[in-house]
Design a protein around this ligand. Structure first.
Ligand SMILES: Cc1cc2nc3c(=O)[nH]c(=O)nc-3n(C[C@H](O)[C@H](O)[C@H](O)COP(=O)(O)O)c2cc1C
Length: 210
């Protein structure tokens, strides 16, 4: 028997703490990654799928985490933005090379509320806020000059760095997790995998073959 939880032991004593809540376990692993990654421990690959079921994947940065889910920000008119408006199912994958660990998360996204998006937008550097206006993310540009001119145009339009409104097409999505899987590398590929899936509002833990 597992002493701490009173449940049958899952036999994962090497790396997994006896944690019933995967968000808490995520935070513990993330704190380690913040110490050991050379940069961007909050970088994750985000997979979306079009309404026709065509997948696509790209990196984004995790900018918020709570029991409600995992938040990232982007241009809602981008490829991923269009995918998510038509199909809210998404999946995230963190890989921390320095730790040899992976975390995979899947669920449905919803938009963060206006105040949360404004607060985050206002915390960004002036150049990043101007960039959110100037970049028609994922659209074809004629040439680089067109983009650089748009940056100048918005710098002229919003010269006060304390007063750049958030463009309506720029906001955050929150992925509410239905499943979170932790993967830990072990010699000879005897890796450990622990999957949490939500059933009737409770997290079920299961060990998976590597
Ligand atoms: C490490 C890293 C972090 C990134 N973070 C973001 C982000 O938080 N939001 C974003 O919109 N794009 C981010 N990007 C750019 C995206 O990967 C992608 O090029 C862009 O969002 C357009 O994607 P789409 O055409 O699939 O919508 C990041 C790229 C890298 C390499």
């Amino acid at each position: 028997m597992n002493q701490k939880s009173g449940q049958n032991s899952l036999g994962l004593d090497i790396c997994f703490e006896d944690e019933a809540n995967p968000i808490v376990l995520f935070e513990k692993w993330f704190a380690l990654a913040e110490k050991s990654e050379i940069n961007d421990p909050n970088a994750l690959s985000l997979a979306t799928s079009s309404s026709e079921g065509i997948p696509s994947v790209r990196m984004v940065l995790l900018k918020g985490l709570s029991e409600k889910g995992f938040v990232f920000y982007t241009n809602f008119n981008s490829k991923k933005g269009k995918d998510l408006k038509n199909n809210p199912n998404a999946s995230m994958c963190f890989h921390w090379k320095s730790l040899r660990r992976q975390i995979r998360i899947s669920g449905k996204v919803s938009m963060v509320d206006k105040q949360e998006a404004d607060d985050y937008f206002n915390s960004r550097a002036y150049g990043s806020r101007i960039g959110a206006w100037a970049s028609s993310q994922s659209q074809v540009m004629k040439n680089r000059e067109e983009f650089l001119n748009k940056i100048k145009e918005y710098e002229n339009k919003f010269p006060d760095s304390k007063n750049v409104p958030r463009p309506l097409h720029w906001s955050g999505w929150r992925l509410s997790p239905g499943e979170i899987e932790f993967w830990f590398e072990i010699k000879n590929r005897v890796h450990e995998r622990l999957n949490y899936r939500k059933e009737n509002g409770s997290w079920i833990r299961e060990v998976l073959y590597p």
